[in-house]
Ligand binder design. Structure first.
Ligand SMILES: C[S@@+](CC[C@H](N)C(=O)[O-])C[C@H]1O[C@@H](n2cnc3c(N)ncnc32)[C@H](O)[C@@H]1O
Length: 203
C-alpha cells in the first residue's frame, strides 16, 4: 500500500461517497435490510444511519483506515457493529448464517467480484437477500468502450474501481434470483451507469 492509498484515498472516498446523487439512494437499499446483516465494502460507514431493523451488523472491509473514519458513526448506531477486516473474496463467516447482505458501490473495487459474489451467496441463509447499488457497464456500446478505456485510470486513482463490470450478469452467474432491478444513467455522468436492486438466494 502506498502513501496515497493509506493517507489520501480513505479521506477522498469518505468525501466523494457523500455526494447527494449517491446519498439519495442509500435509504432505499439499506432500509430493506433486516436481522443479521453483512455489509461488504463497508467503507467509512455512510450507510449506518439508514439501517432500521438490524440485530447485528458485520462490517466487512479490508481497509482499516476507512474503518477508523467510520468509528464515530459506528458509536452512534443503536445496534452492534463488528468490523471484519477481510476481503469479500474470503468472508470469515459460516455458511447460511446471514439474513441480508448489503453492497453499495463496492463490487467495482473488489479485485475478484465473481468469487466475492460466490462468498456472499454462501453466507446467506436460504431465502436470504442481497441488496445492492453498483455502477458498471453501460448498455450503450460506445459508452462501454470509453468505460473500458478509462478503467485503468479509475483503478489507479479510485482504489481499484472498474467502470466496465456487468453487474447484472455477475449477480445472476453467482446463482442469485434477481427480484428487483433498476438500471439507469446518472444525470450528467455518461460513464456512471447504475444497477440498483435486490437478489434472493433460493437454495
Ligand atoms: C467506492 S468504496 C464504497 C464504500 C461504501 N460501500 C460506500 O457506499 O460509501 C469501495 C469500497 O470497497 C472496499 N473494498 C475494496 N476491496 C475490497 C475487498 N476485496 N473486499 C471487500 N471490500 C473491498 C474498499 O475498501 C471501499 O471501502
Amino acid at each position: 500500500m502506498n502513501l496515497y492509498q493509506k493517507h489520501i484515498l480513505p479521506k477522498l472516498l469518505n468525501f466523494t461517497m457523500q455526494r447527494s446523487e449517491m446519498e439519495k439512494h442509500r435509504p432505499d437499499i439499506v432500509g430493506q435490510a433486516s436481522g443479521v446483516v453483512l455489509e461488504v465494502g463497508f467503507g467509512s460507514g455512510l450507510n449506518l444511519p439508514y439501517y432500521k431493523n438490524v440485530s447485528k451488523l458485520y462490517a466487512l472491509d479490508p481497509s482499516r483506515e476507512l474503518y477508523d473514519i467510520a468509528k464515530d458513526r459506528v458509536e452512534k448506531a443503536l445496534f452492534t457493529t463488528e468490523h471484519l477486516e477481510a476481503s469479500a473474496e474470503n468472508i470469515p463467516l459460516a455458511s447460511g448464517t446471514i439474513d441480508c447482505v448489503v453492497s453499495t458501490w463496492s463490487l467495482c473495487s473488489i479485485p475478484n467480484p465473481e468469487i466475492a459474489l460466490g462468498e456472499i451467496f454462501r453466507v446467506l441463509k436460504s431465502g436470504g437477500r442481497f441488496m445492492f447499488i453498483e455502477h458498471g457497464k453501460s448498455p450503450i456500446i460506445f459508452v462501454g468502450k470509453i468505460q473500458k478505456l478509462f478503467t485503468p485510470i479509475s483503478k489507479c486513482v479510485a482504489g481499484g474501481c472498474h467502470m466496465d463490470r456487468d453487474i447484472e450478469k455477475m449477480i445472476k452467474n453467482a446463482g442469485f434470483e434477481i427480484q428487483k432491478l433498476e438500471k439507469f444513467q446518472q444525470k450528467f455522468k455518461p460513464l456512471a451507469f447504475m444497477y440498483k436492486g435486490v437478489a434472493a438466494v433460493k437454495k
